[in-house]
Design a protein around this ligand. Structure first.
Ligand code: 4NP
Length: 159
């Protein structure tokens, strides 16, 4: 069975679509793209249907990574349909845990902060780059590339 991983941020236009694309890029590089199903969602619904933020897409493009997803809002069923839900910051983590409580025992997904998979940073949250400058998007990608390598090692290479 394919493992199903969902990345979650607030708007699903910056951090979580980038995480989705970065992890897919890591999987493809190692030939594991059919082993894991990857998706992303936002806890908020303001940007539903929109492509990722153009600043995030161009920063990723410079690293050879295409972000092609469109925003969607996380649904209660996601807590039962995904094996692993990876949040970008403490607010997302709390919001997803509240949804899990609401769904009750059908909520089987494991919920973890994405940076818990990083072997190098001491940061706990991926900072929201939306209201900042270009450097914020580069920092998000640095953190995600590092954490996704750790995630890949944990999910695939150790099994
Ligand atoms: P994201 O960034 O959660 O990484 O997608 C944001 C995108 C939009 C907004 C906030 C954060 N917003 O307030 O519209």
């Amino acid at each position: 069975m394919r493992q199903k991983v969902l990345f979650v941020c607030l708007g699903n236009i910056c951090r979580s679509p980038a995480a989705e694309a970065v992890f897919l890029h890591c999987l493809k590089a190692k030939g594991f793209e059919l082993t894991v199903e990857v998706d992303s969602a936002g806890t908020g619904g303001w940007h539903v249907g929109n492509p990722a933020d153009s600043r995030m897409r161009s920063a990723a493009k410079k690293r050879g990574i295409d972000i092609s997803s469109h925003a969607r809002q996380i649904q209660l069923e996601d807590l039962q349909n995904f094996d692993l839900i990876l949040t970008m910051d403490n607010d997302n983590y709390s919001a997803v845990n509240s949804l899990a409580l609401e769904l009750g025992e059908r909520a089987t997904a494991k919920i973890k902060p994405i940076l818990s998979y990083s072997n190098t940073t001491k940061m706990i949250e991926v900072p929201d780059p939306y209201y900042g400058g270009e450097l914020g998007f580069e920092k998000v990608l640095d953190l995600l590339q590092d954490a996704c390598e750790g995630l890949l090692a944990e999910l695939i290479l150790k099994n």
